[in-house]
Design a protein around this ligand. Structure first.
Ligand code: GTP
Ligand code: MG
Length: 370
């Protein structure tokens, strides 16, 4: 064994960094989590921990990370988060585009949405709506699955000339699993072969009964192209959102979900984060999955720098040390030490899980060959 940092030692023992620092202190060694200790000292620490009956489990490190308890009086109304789902090419991005009155779909490579975009739209009356776009390609199933966990309402886009397809069914099951209300947008009604009634009949086969057939599923015929039906669609979403009575406390450290993350030339790791509770500010220290960092800059959906982002606001975060996975959590913590402790613990856990998976894979391969 050689010299090792306190953090690395803690990781190898699957112990909290703070606990190792404390133990070192009891042994008369003053070291911070980033400092290196010699092999002999490390061995003594390992022995010390070995004598303990109780080991800190993976779950313990997460205790107190998120603060779910909220005082009712701190809660304020927040915009609904609406995820747009549906079969490939049924017009999800075009519909969102029409709602934003901008043109994202035209600029996309091959017309396929490459990532999950998140936007906020302000409608007449000043009400804000947060939209999350999802790609319809089959390869993005898990992205869509994650989309449903941050969402309050799902807009299910079904092309009126195509009807319910494989990824429509998938989207329905995701929405059902998430237990969120579904608003069906029957799109492309401007097309010659459009048959909204057929779509509604097909919905019945998936236990979605349209209002016009005596059920509770709102179906809105729309055209992203001609903009027909858009006001009705917005009205239906607002209605659903109102029923949900959505609230969050903006006056606490931020918590949210990584919608998308990537490495960009000259900018480093960039994550699109949906803030779900609290307010995220420039300078905040955070954990994002098994990555951590300090918010260097926040950029809103219009590409403008902002100082803060409150509940339901999607924002681009600069200042990550690495690239987290879409769907991972984003939590502001009190200090650097805590951020690194949680992040490195999670990274270690991920590594162990991967190693276990590889070992298992190898085992079965050996079995197959024998
Ligand atoms: P993926 O992200 O690849 O899953 O597709 P999408 O669901 O986002 O579909 P997109 O918005 O890219 O539209 C697919 C095609 O349908 C494009 O060529 C659009 O111009 C066309 N389209 C979308 N909405 C309408 C509509 O209301 N009417 C007509 N006629 N065409 C539409
Ligand atoms: Mg798209």
């Amino acid at each position: 064994p050689e010299a090792i940092t306190v953090q690395e030692l803690a990781n190898r023992m699957a112990e909290r960094g703070g606990e190792v620092v404390k133990t070192l202190m009891k042994m008369g060694v003053m070291a911070t989590i980033t400092q290196t200790i010699d092999a002999d000292t490390a061995e003594l620490v390992v022995e010390e921990f070995g004598h303990r009956a109780h080991r800190v489990s993976d779950e313990d490190i997460e205790v107190g990370l998120k603060r779910e308890d909220e005082d009712e009086t701190d809660l304020q109304a927040r915009p609904p988060v609406i995820t747009v789902m549906g079969h490939v090419d049924h017009g999800k991005t075009s519909l969102l585009d029409a709602l934003r009155k901008s043109d994202v779909a035209g600029g996309e490579a091959g017309g396929i949405t490459q990532h999950i975009g998140a936007y906020q739209v302000e409608v007449e009356g000043g009400q804000r709506l947060t939209f999350i776009d999802t790609p319809g390609h089959a390869a993005f199933t898990d992205m869509r699955a994650r989309g449903a966990t941050v969402t309050d309402v799902v807009i299910l886009v079904v092309a009126a000339d195509d009807g319910i397809m494989a990824q429509t069914v998938e989207a329905i099951s995701h929405a059902k699993a998430a237990g969120v209300p579904i608003v069906v947008a029957i799109n492309k009604i401007d097309k010659p072969g459009a048959d909204p009634n057929r779509v509604m009949t097909e919905l019945l086969q998936h236990n979605l009964v349209p209002e016009s057939m005596g059920g509770d599923i709102i179906c809105v015929p729309v055209s992203a192209l001609s903009r027909e039906g858009l006001p009705d669609l917005i009205e239906s979403i607002l209605l659903q959102a109102e029923l949900l009575d959505l609230k969050a406390n903006p006056g606490r450290p931020a918590e949210g979900t990584v919608i998308e993350a990537r490495l960009e030339q000259g900018r480093g790791s960039v994550a699109t984060v949906l803030v779900q509770r609290g307010t995220l500010r420039v300078g905040d220290i955070f954990v994002a999955g098994s990555e951590s960092g300090r918010v260097r800059a926040l950029i809103n959906d219009r590409g403008e720098r902002v100082e803060e982002a409150g509940p339901s606001v999607p924002v681009e975060v600069l200042g990550l040390t690495g690239t987290p996975d879409a769907g991972e959590d984003f939590v502001v913590v009190e200090d650097d030490a805590r951020a690194r402790e949680v992040a490195s613990f999670r990274a270690e856990r991920k590594k162990r899980a991967q190693q276990a998976a590889t070992a298992k894979g190898r085992g079965s391969l050996e079995q197959m060959l024998s």
